[in-house]
Design a protein around this ligand. Structure first.
Ligand SMILES: [Ca+2]
Ligand SMILES: [Ca+2]
Ligand SMILES: [Ca+2]
Length: 581
């Protein structure tokens, strides 16, 4: 949550021409309902709540409003030109960004962009044929109704840089249910259910004014001349429940070189509402997985109750650095670059609004924000790992699930910067960053949920690298099309196993049921520990008759006896397996 703050810098410029208003778009996919504004602020609801409130509603099925993220934004910081002058553009509760592009390289965005209402968000639905030509849908989340206005595929702003899936093989964008469709770019044919595109840039209100500096908005520098193309997308398939994705294309539209550039996700996750839920949270990261997260500091949140969830962001694709070394390879889903490397998450800094140490408070000046981005505290000091005694750029990199290493032992209203850099961006250079947001309480308690988040983020990465093609539970494969006669649940193999095993099962035709529903049935395959506690759900979806095989990746679970149970209709069968590490 944002604390009550005083504005440090007053914005004294008056505009003779009022810019087009900032637009806000809700999106709902699987269990998440959240919100994106055209000034680069997301998960922050300024529409339903005049006083502003958390906007990441999860789970949508809850009859009361429960929220797991308060506000998120993106920061770009660099040393610019020969003078290596620091410039930083940021968003989180407020923003330096303005909707629109920077049409002429090296020139300040003209007022015509700021008064052009077509610089807005474009929300499309890609799996419901009745929405190809646009339309309005009303959906409920947390007991509240939200209205979703979908654009037609034909109005997808390809001319503004919105990517599309080339389906019909005819050059150019010919949209249609069997033709081309809005896409996520880089040749991907991924078909998310909902997709939102917008463009923003950091000449605030189309001026070259200094960026506003206020608490949590590190400013006081000139604009960079950065243009950002942002895609948000969600899948309704079971394997991607409780997740959504964002892709940022970051372009240096100035004529100057940006040296020591860092790209950062700044996130104020609040597990629970701001009245009482925000202040009892803990922070952590998994530096090898490029994953940052916030969980509840204990196992009881005033809003979520027992077993509060964890929410985290993983860099599925980070900026690329040119090394010139042929041993370096940047493996992307759509390309392999020799002589480059993916930087990954190079720092994770947690900060708060109530820290006794002023070097970890909300940064207001660009220098403090840039220090976070570089992996230092706000005062520019090196971070020391409190367990190893070694210098690090990662706060709390221990394992909050198995309780190893340096983990958060206090509770606070934490936020974090999750950064990647440094890179050099020449004039008109582009970098891409792809982030997954995931939330879970399937682990059973606050710490075990972190383990679950880690495996969900691994799943997200696999999906990203396979173009989201098997949009069902990771590892679930139909291995035969023959229609089985009866239900069967087979013994897992190998067994005992370490760390992965396969479970095979058969779903027969459902007899005596008419209509389309009759050919699929709900199937639930869950894993339990020896105390009967549910550990994870491997399958939760409607399946056609057939033989299936599913993987369980158990690297984050301790050795022991586990049980797996298949439920479908009146069938309820359990088998035992042994994880031996
Ligand atoms: Ca085409
Ligand atoms: Ca927080
Ligand atoms: Ca909490």
């Amino acid at each position: 949550m944002k604390s009550i703050i005083c504005i440090i810098a007053l914005q004294i410029t008056l505009f003779s021409q009022s810019p087009a208003p900032i637009q806000t778009y809700f999106m709902q996919g699987n269990n998440i309902n959240t919100v994106f504004s055209t000034d680069g602020i997301f998960n922050y609801d300024k529409i339903s709540f005049p006083s502003m409130d958390a906007g990441f509603v999860w789970p949508v099925s809850s009859s009361t409003r429960m929220t797991a993220d308060f506000a998120t934004g993106i920061w770009i910081g660099a040393k610019v030109g020969i003078q290596r002058e620091l410039r930083l553009a940021a968003s989180i509760y407020s923003s330096h960004f303005t909707p629109g592009n920077i049409p002429v390289l090296g020139q300040i965005t003209p007022q015509s962009v700021c008064s052009d209402p077509t610089w807005k968000g474009y929300l499309v639905q890609l799996t419901d044929q009745s929405l190809v030509n646009g339309g309005t849908r009303i959906k409920t989340a947390g007991g509240t109704q939200y209205t979703f206005v979908y654009e037609s595929w034909a109005s997808w702003p390809v001319a503004k840089g919105a990517p599309y899936a080339e389906v019909n093989g005819i050059p150019g964008y010919q949209p249609g249910w069997t033709g081309d469709r809005p896409g996520i770019g880089n040749g991907s044919l991924a078909r998310p259910d909902d997709l939102l595109f917008m463009v923003y840039q950091d000449y605030t209100n189309c001026t070259n004014q200094m960026h506003l500096a206020e608490i949590s908005l590190p400013g006081g520098t000139l604009p960079l001349g950065v243009e950002i193309h942002q895609l948000s997308f969600m899948f309704n398939c079971p394997g991607l429940q409780d997740m959504y994705f964002m892709k940022f294309k970051i372009i240096n539209r100035s004529s100057l070189v940006w040296d020591s550039t860092f790209i950062t996700i700044a996130n104020d996750i609040d597990i629970g509402n701001l009245q009482c839920g925000a202040a009892d949270d803990a922070a952590g990261c998994d530096s090898t997985r490029n994953l940052a997260f916030i969980y509840n500091g204990d196992n009881l949140d005033c809003n979520y109750g027992g077993n509060p969830p964890v929410l985290g962001t993983r860099m599925l694709q980070s900026p690329i650095k040119f090394t010139g070394n042929n041993n370096d390879t940047a493996k992307l889903p759509y390309d392999t670059l020799i002589g480059y490397k993916l930087l990954g998450m190079t720092s994770f800094i947690r900060f708060t609004n109530a820290n006794l140490d002023p070097c970890f408070n909300d940064p207001d000046e660009a220098v403090a924000g840039y220090n976070f981005m570089r992996g230092l505290d706000g005062c520019g000091r090196t971070i020391i790992n409190q367990v190893t005694g070694q210098p690090t750029t990662y706060f709390y990199p221990g394992n909050a699930c198995t309780l190893n290493g340096w983990i958060d032992s206090s509770i606070n209203d934490n936020r974090y910067t999750q950064s990647s850099g440094p890179i050099t961006m020449n004039s008109n250079d582009t970098q891409i960053m792809v982030i997954s947001f995931a939330v879970t309480r399937a682990g059973g308690n606050s710490n075990q949920n972190v383990c679950n988040l880690i495996s969900m983020s691994d799943s997200a990465l696999k999906y990203y690298y396979t173009d989201f093609q098997s949009c069902s539970t990771i590892g679930i494969q139909p291995i035969s099309n023959e229609v089985p006669e009866r239900f069967a649940l087979y013994q897992n193999y190998p067994n005992p196993f370490n760390p992965a095993t396969k479970i095979k099962f058969e779903i027969p035709l459902l007899r005596g049921v008419d209509g389309a529903k009759g050919d699929r049935r709900g199937v639930l395959l869950q894993v339990y520990d020896i105390l009967g506690r549910e550990i994870t759900t491997l399958v939760n979806e409607e399946l056609k008759p057939g033989t299936y095989e599913v993987d369980w990746q158990a690297e984050n679970y301790p050795s022991g006896v586990y049980f797996y149970t298949l439920r479908a209709g009146s069938i309820n069968e359990t088998k035992k397996m042994v994880l031996l590490k």
